[in-house]
Design a protein around this ligand. Structure first.
Ligand code: CP
Length: 309
């Protein structure tokens, strides 16, 4: 059987184009499965997976849980807000206690960049990073690029603009790596204060003007302003941000071509995207969510086959 080059999925930076192609091929089969009347396969029947979330999540957590259940895995869920972490237990103690209950795989979201990498040096179970602080969100980038692959057949030569709060975005970083590995050109666009200083070193174009970004791109992946990660003010008000960087239907209609709009969610409607764009035919936002289950099934299934890579 073909398998991934890594035992864990910690970031897109660590995986190869071949890994991504294998994940997409596997996800395509699982997409067929979840569109059948019987949406379950027995592939991970003897595997136990713990979803441990130290940070809030709606889409990622539900999507992983559904993916695991569709693969017939046994699933346990852990949320730090209702756990003994509140009593001072360390990350490693918490996870080792969960693993002592014979857990084979861990899906983890944490607010600290590098938390899943730290765990991977101390535990035997396969780890999937479900978002670590401002670092990476690999399955989001895989489902985003899979959705584009599904719609267009290839990402080779495609122009993708990532627009918004790039500075605090793990989705932006993982998407840049995934898009480039698949042959797309990437631009980041946002106010100067929300663009990392050395972002151009990743080989992306940098643009401050949102209309110029929209004119350049085939696809705009629009990101939320992550107020929860901002300790200082990066722009005067949300109203002003929306005025300069919010995307509305009139802007799309002024272009001489159709572009595709993506958003990883959660959307702040009326800030980075107006409803007349988010709910329009340009948008593939709900396709992204649908594809997320198939892509996560593929990742879990393929990692379960890698024990000592
Ligand atoms: N896209 C994403 O990571 O959403 P959640 O924070 O709801 O999981």
């Amino acid at each position: 059987m073909s398998q991934l080059s890594q035992k864990h999925l910690l970031g897109i930076k660590d995986i190869t184009r071949k890994d991504i192609d294998l994940i997409f091929k596997t996800a395509r089969s699982f997409k067929d499965v979840i569109n059948r009347p019987i949406k379950k396969v027995p592939s991970l029947r003897d595997i136990t997976i713990a979803n441990i979330f130290f940070e809030n999540s709606t889409r990622t957590r539900l999507s992983f849980e559904l993916a695991e259940k569709r693969l017939s895995a046994d699933v346990v869920n852990f949320s730090s807000s209702s756990s003994s972490v509140k009593k001072g237990e360390t990350l490693l103690d918490t996870v080792n206690n969960i693993l002592a209950m014979k857990v084979d795989m861990v899906v983890m979201r944490h607010s600290s960049p590098g938390a899943p990498h730290f765990l991977s040096r101390h535990i035997k179970a396969n780890i999937v990073n479900a978002g670590d602080g401002t670092h990476e969100h690999p399955t989001q980038a895989l489902l985003d690029t899979f959705s584009l692959h599904d719609k267009f057949g290839s990402l080779e030569g495609m122009k993708v603009a990532i627009i918004g709060d790039i500075l605090h975005s793990r989705v932006a970083i993982s998407n840049i790596f995934a898009l480039q590995k698949l042959g797309a050109e990437v631009m980041v666009c946002g106010p100067n204060t929300l663009l990392p200083k050395h972002i151009a070193e990743l080989g992306v174009k940098v643009e401050l003007d949102v209309m110029r970004a929209l004119k350049w791109c085939d696809v705009a992946n629009v990101l939320r302003i992550q107020l929860e990660r901002q300790q200082i003010k990066y722009f005067p008000t949300l109203r002003e941000y929306s005025l300069y960087y919010g995307i509305n239907k009139k802007m799309l209609e002024s272009l001489d071509k159709e572009i595709t709009i993506m958003h990883p969610g959660p959307i702040n409607r009326g800030v980075e995207l107006n409803s007349d764009v988010a709910d329009s035919d340009h948008s593939i936002i709900l396709e992204q969510v649908e594809n997320g289950v198939a892509v996560r099934m593929a990742v879990l299934y393929l990692l379960a086959g890698v024990q000592d890579a």
